[in-house]
Write a protein that binds this ligand. Structure first.
Ligand SMILES: *Cc1c(COP(=O)(O)O)cnc(C)c1O
Length: 377
């Protein structure tokens, strides 16, 4: 089926028993068993829940993958993926990953013997140099947050597979409407469903999609053993969100393109990072490997003082962490999403004090443009 159809129907047929068109919220922790060792596929809700399964099937279909596994947050999803690995295993990571991913790797998982190498994965020579016989995983984010650097996923997958390593892509910024990493050779896709997949800023969740049966089985074991599972209400909300993913993404994208151009032409802005702009260093690659450029833009207004002014002056944009909701948000990466990254590393990444990030919503473009115009003046 086509993508728009799958958003609405994949993995969620009307309820057999009642005919309910929408997958019910199975708000139960346990299930009646019919006898010793006899149950209907459900024993306890950490292990399995029908609302969660519908979400898992739905997003797996959208990513054109075989298995989906939902978690209580994007970080819980990533944490569970990393539990596939052990002491001494080396993980090559995109240097400007989401701040929480950096924190999880460096400040939590490193203690358990995993070795992380943070590099600019957009530079394939750097990737080549970082690989060793101990490399087990290349963890990519493309485009990155908040610098919007783009990594050649197909090329990196080739390089990883040549040494028996796997590739995981955090596809949160693009959503499967714009980018499907499994089709490019990636082995695992991870999302914060909190963002574009849910799209309404009213739940926190994560999901993993992959094709390999054995790895999926291990992740299913870990999902139950570790227990970072989402509640049925959050799964319901995410499922409601994915129904409109295609139409929302189309509008997000269209608005973002207009605002990126507006910002690039604005005198108060020294630099705009958006892969859709022709002068973006990875514009051609972004155009080739994705069906659009996303709706996250970062731009430099020169100083912390000016960034503060802009953030205080906007009226339609809301000053808040997160992204991917229907409403436009504005944030200050250096103090917010990248607050846990040491200052010297932040500077290296380009996360300057004057950098402002916007997540472009689906409001009227005229209102968004006027809002930024006023704030910048
Ligand atoms: C938000 C986000 C995460 C973390 O997801 P949570 O649901 O907040 O735990 C991971 N990666 C990216 C790119 C994100 O934007």
């Amino acid at each position: 089926m086509g993508f728009y159809t799958d958003c609405i129907h994949a993995g969620q047929a009307p309820d057999d028993k009642t005919g309910a068109v929408i997958t019910p919220i199975f708000q139960t922790s346990t299930y009646k068993q019919d006898g010793i060792g006899k149950h209907r596929g459900y024993e306890y809700a950490r292990t399995a829940n029908p609302t969660r399964e519908a979400l898992e099937r739905n997003v797996a279909a959208l990513e054109r993958g075989k298995h989906g596994l939902a978690y209580s947050s994007g970080m819980a999803a990533t944490d569970t993926i990393l539990r596939l690995f052990g002491p001494g295993d080396e993980i090559v990571v995109t240097a400007n990953v989401y701040g929480g991913t950096y924190r999880l790797f460096e400040m939590v998982l490193k203690r358990y013997g995993l070795v992380f190498r943070f590099i600019d994965t957009a530079d394939l020579d750097e990737v080549e140099r970082a690989l060793t016989p101990k490399t087990k995983l290349i963890y990519l984010e493309s485009p990155t947050n908040p610098m919007l650097r783009v990594t050649d996923i197909a090329k990196v997958a080739e390089m990883a597979h040549a040494i028996g390593a796997r590739v995981c892509v955090d596809n949160t910024f693009m959503s499967p409407f714009l980018q499907t990493p499994l089709a490019m050779g990636a082995d695992i896709v991870v999302h914060s469903t909190t963002k574009f997949l849910n799209g309404h800023s009213d739940m926190v969740g994560g999901i993993v999609v992959l094709n390999d049966d054995a790895t999926a089985q291990r992740l299913r074991f870990l999902q139950n053993a570790v227990g970072a599972v989402p509640g049925p209400m959050d799964c319901f909300l995410a499922l409601r969100g994915t129904k409109t993913l295609a139409v929302r993404m189309r509008q997000h994208e269209e608005n973002a393109r207009v605002l990126a151009k507006f910002l690039a032409e604005n005198k108060g802005v020294s630099r705009v990072n958006y892969p859709g702009l022709p002068d973006h260093p990875h514009h051609a690659l972004a155009k080739r490997q994705a069906r659009g450029f996303g709706a996250v833009i970062s731009f430099d207004v020169g100083s912390l003082e000016r960034a503060d002014q802009v953030l205080r002056s906007v009226k339609v944009f809301t000053l808040a962490e997160s992204l991917g909701g229907v409403e436009s948000l504005i944030s200050h990466p250096a103090s917010m999403t990248h607050g846990s990254v040491p200052e010297s590393d932040r500077t290296k990444l380009g996360v300057t004090p004057g950098l402002v990030r916007i997540s472009v919503g689906i409001e009227d473009i005229e209102d968004l443009e006027a809002d930024l115009d006023r704030a910048l003046r």
